[in-house]
Design a protein around this ligand. Structure first.
Ligand code: AIR
Length: 190
């Protein structure tokens, strides 16, 4: 018969290997799966920065009770930043922010009225209940901001963000190299 220690070690290995054993720090929430094409932009960046996250659809209008359960339990489940995207009358980020002190970043989704309806619904929060609002469809920026918030207490993530910012600089240097190869009769190169 196997000893208890051997069984425990086997169980611990299984847990370490299992990706689901990771505790999410960021929660990506969207009002509908029709927002997914935009919200994937946040998922990609969190993944690149090696930040465990979860992704769910919840609607302030269609599933208000579930939104409340989510918001009130988020901190105890280890969630430290919430990214909430919604279109139209986009109440989701604000309703979540009303029910938890975990910082909420709102992503206005361009679903109708060019996204201006969602932008105003998310950004115009009443005093006392802030939602950090990014650009219309700006899910990528929401993820970077979430990472920056988490990096305050995580020096290795801070270093990954330093590298990320350096890579942005490299992109501009490369773009200028490419532009220098574009020729016009009256274009003067530096
Ligand atoms: N929405 C869903 N419940 C409340 C709101 N504001 C938003 C979604 C989506 C839009 O309504 O975030 O952007 C249209 O949703 P659907 O499911 O009809 O495609």
């Amino acid at each position: 018969m196997k000893s208890n220690v051997a069984i425990n070690i086997k169980f611990a290995r299984k847990l370490i290997n299992k990706k689901s054993a990771m505790i999410p720090k960021v929660s990506i929430i969207m009002g509908s799966t029709s927002d997914l094409t935009v919200m994937e932009g946040a998922a990609k960046i969190l993944n690149d920065l090696k930040i465990p996250f979860e992704m769910n659809a919840l609607s302030a209008h269609r599933t208000p009770e579930k939104v409340e359960v989510f918001a009130r339990s988020a901190y105890d489940r280890g969630i430290r930043v919430i990214i909430a995207g919604a279109g139209m009358a986009a109440h989701l980020p604000g309703v979540i922010a009303a029910m938890t002190p975990v910082p909420v970043i709102g992503v206005p989704i361009k679903s109708s009225l060019d996204g201006l309806d969602a932008l105003l619904a998310i950004v115009q929060m009443p005093p006392g209940i802030p939602v950090a609002t990014v650009a219309i469809n700006g899910a990528g920026n929401a993820a970077i901001l979430a990472a920056q918030i988490l990096s305050i207490a995580d020096s290795s993530l801070f270093q990954r963000l330093v590298v990320f910012k350096e890579e942005l600089k490299d992109k501009v240097v490369k773009a200028n190299q490419e532009l220098s190869e574009v020729t016009y009769e009256f274009k003067v190169n530096p």
